[in-house]
Design a protein around this ligand. Structure first.
Ligand code: FAD
Length: 466
């Protein structure tokens, strides 16, 4: 993706260059066919308010895009008003308070670079150009999330333009139901976030990566080991297994173990990853290089080049699972056998569940492991061959799933549970209160809604008058 330059503008459907402009908002190079009626690139809050008013006047639904990294291209809906927040990329850091205010169009890498100057840290996404807009609403697995929690746990406030055109602030103490909804509703959020208020963290002094690579013949042992080691993985280590047709170093099908580690010294980090370097499968690995000191920023840049090329077409899906590893094995093998060519891959992440640790918020579902599949291809002619691959593989495993994470989801193709029923009712109630006419497009698909309680009639508190 490219950072937007210059002032934003308004593009009407049917005018020259409209299609290109709309498709350029998406990281995924697929063309889903749907087109908005109008694309508005907002420059300031007044533009956002005017866009909301125009949508109401012209009876258009609103879709929002910030960084465009929704794999499912959630913002590309037929006949809507598409509001781009990509120019809202300001970063204001209050180092003394360890807080920042950032725009939804802010790239993770830009926030990280700004924080580095103050020795501060925020769990941004793993690749540099994912924007705060969608990432924080969805929950956000970031660097350091294994000890800091999902990135949205470090959101302390939001400024939102609502369906009635008012600008409000929401936090634990103000419009708290709106704030509660923003932390986990993802593409189902019903307002335009124009600013996030963030809590910052001390910057880990050492950032590095432990790698290990296995050939596919060791697949069963590798996943059993991943499962067995489970909770014993130190929280400073993110323990990921990436299965791919062209694994690093062996250039053939294999499993890459990626273990980013964030500590305060090399020594501490080496100790933390010793369960890999001295692990039971050490001798079976094709490759176990020494722990590499590398910043999260550079790890993200490398990941973009090796696993997430920008010119690709994608299909993705995911699941949380606590199922026994033996039960998952046939599905994992089928993923391996049917995977589109590299850089397609699947991820297994050992996850320290946040159940009982996170604050009360819309996001409240996870499990001890996260499995996601990423199919990539470049040629239009392969669309039919690969477009359903991710959905099919995850559907086959759905009986072993505890739900999905809003991050690699594809709710339009495979609606699945991403929070509890009780939270869905709270979300529906909050939407009925803040967006009673359903001005904002919601999740592209959802399971049958639980019974909806009567919405509470209460006027949101005004933050400022514009
Ligand atoms: C290459 C790649 C790597 C990724 N890595 C990670 C990762 O490490 N961790 C992780 O958790 N996720 C990751 N994701 C998933 C990503 O975090 C989500 O897709 C997220 O929504 C992207 O945010 P965005 O602003 O870039 O995307 P967008 O597509 O712009 O936003 C997604 C949706 O969020 C809503 N939205 C966006 N901005 C606003 C706003 N200002 N106000 C209201 N609603 C808004 C809209 O409904 C929009 O359709 C990755 C995705 C890609 C493509």
């Amino acid at each position: 993706m490219k950072r937007p330059k210059g002032k934003g503008s308004t593009y009407e459907r049917g005018t020259p260059g409209f299609d290109d402009k709309v498709l350029a908002t998406s990281f995924n190079r697929r063309d889903p066919g749907q087109r908005p009626s109008v694309l508005i690139e907002a420059n300031d809050v007044l533009d956002v308010i005017n866009a909301v008013k125009r949508a109401k006047r012209e009876n258009l639904k609103i879709s929002i895009v910030s960084g465009g990294h929704s794999w499912s291209q959630n913002h590309l809906r037929e006949g809507c008003l598409l509001l781009s927040m990509a120019r809202f990329n300001a970063i204001n850091i209050d180092a003394e308070k360890s807080q920042a205010i950032v725009g939804p169009g802010c790239w993770g890498i830009d926030l990280d670079r700004a924080l580095k100057k103050h020795d501060l840290f925020f769990p941004i996404a793993h690749v540099p150009d994912v924007c705060m807009g969608g990432f924080l609403l969805q929950g956000g697995f970031g660097w350091g999330s294994t000890f800091l929690g999902n990135a949205c746990e470090s959101v302390i406030g939001i400024d939102v333009v609502l369906a009635d055109g008012s600008l409000v602030h929401a936090s634990e103490n103000e419009n708290s139901d709106l704030f509660w909804s923003a932390r986990g509703s993802g593409p189902g959020f019903f307002g335009v976030v124009v600013r996030y208020h963030l809590k910052l963290h001390p910057r880990p002094k050492f950032q590095g990566m432990q790698l290990q690579v296995f050939r596919m013949k060791h697949m069963e042992e590798v996943y059993h080991w991943a499962d067995h080691i489970g909770k014993d993985v130190p929280s400073s280590v993110e323990f990921q297994f990436v299965m791919t047709p062209k694994a690093m170093g062996i250039f053939s099908p294999g499993i890459e173990v990626f273990a980013p580690v964030l500590t305060n010294s090399y020594k501490e980090a080496r100790e933390a990853v010793s369960f890999i370097t001295k692990g039971p499968l050490r001798k079976k690995a094709s490759l176990t290089p020494p722990l590499i000191p590398i910043s999260t920023t550079n790890m993200g840049i490398v990941a973009n080049i090796t696993h997430f090329p920008a010119s690709a077409k994608w299909c993705t899906d995911n699941m949380w699972s606590n199922a026994p590893v033996e039960d998952l094995m046939p599905g994992l093998k089928r993923i391996a056998e049917t995977m589109p060519p590299a850089p397609s891959h699947s991820l297994w992440l050992n996850w320290p569940s946040r159940a009982g640790k996170r604050p009360d918020m819309a996001l409240n579902l996870d499990a001890k492991r996260y499995i996601a599949v990423y199919g990539e291809w470049f040629d239009d002619a392969d669309d039919a061959k690969y477009a359903n691959w991710a959905t099919e593989r995850m559907s086959e495993l759905s009986h072993l799933s505890d739900g999905v994470q809003l991050a690699d989801e594809n709710l339009g193709k495979r609606p699945a549970r991403f929070t509890t029923d009780a939270n869905m009712i709270r979300l529906d109630n909050a939407r009925a209160k803040y967006d009673p006419e359903n001005l904002f497009n919601s999740w592209a698909g959802r399971l049958k809604p639980p019974s909806i309680k009567q919405p509470v009639k209460q006027k949101p508190k005004l933050f400022e008058n514009v």
